[in-house]
Design a protein around this ligand. Structure first.
Ligand SMILES: [Zn+2]
Ligand SMILES: [Zn+2]
Length: 135
């Protein structure tokens, strides 16, 4: 189902199911479609779907196996990027995504499922927690 501009307009003057404010506009058709599902206005959608709080998950070093650095082009014409080179990353080499320090802890703290943290950056992210005393 696609939502057209007219569809967006038909929601104007209806009310949000959450904050009960009248709907004024949606920033895009995706948000209008979301309104059909959840009944949330743009403002409430932005709050609900906003980035969640930073979450740090401990991952065993073994989960860092078989990584590679993919070097690809960044076409600005909307086409698929073209992979130019793939450089394998040694399994034992885990670098902090913030300061590039080598991480030798096991498990490795990972922020928001994507960024490995070294001891120092972990302490900064967690207001001084010690990496070694985390369950
Ligand atoms: Zn609302
Ligand atoms: Zn770091």
């Amino acid at each position: 189902m696609t939502t057209s501009k007219e569809d967006i307009e038909q929601y104007v003057d209806k009310n949000c199911t959450w904050c009960v404010e009248p709907i004024t506009k949606f920033k895009d058709e995706l948000s209008a479609t979301e309104y059909q599902i959840s009944g949330l206005c743009q403002k409430c959608q932005d709050e609900v779907f906003d980035e969640p709080e930073d979450s740090i998950v401990m991952q065993p070093r073994s989960s860092f196996r078989d990584r590679e650095t993919v070097i690809s082009t960044w076409p600005d014409n909307g086409q698929e990027p073209e992979v130019l080179n793939r450089i394998p990353i040694p399994d034992e080499l885990i670098l902090c995504d913030f300061c590039n320090a080598e991480i030798d802890n096991d498990p490795v703290p990972v922020l928001n499922n994507s960024y490995a943290l070294c001891e120092g950056c972990y302490a900064r992210q967690t207001n001084g927690s010690n990496i070694n005393s985390t369950p």
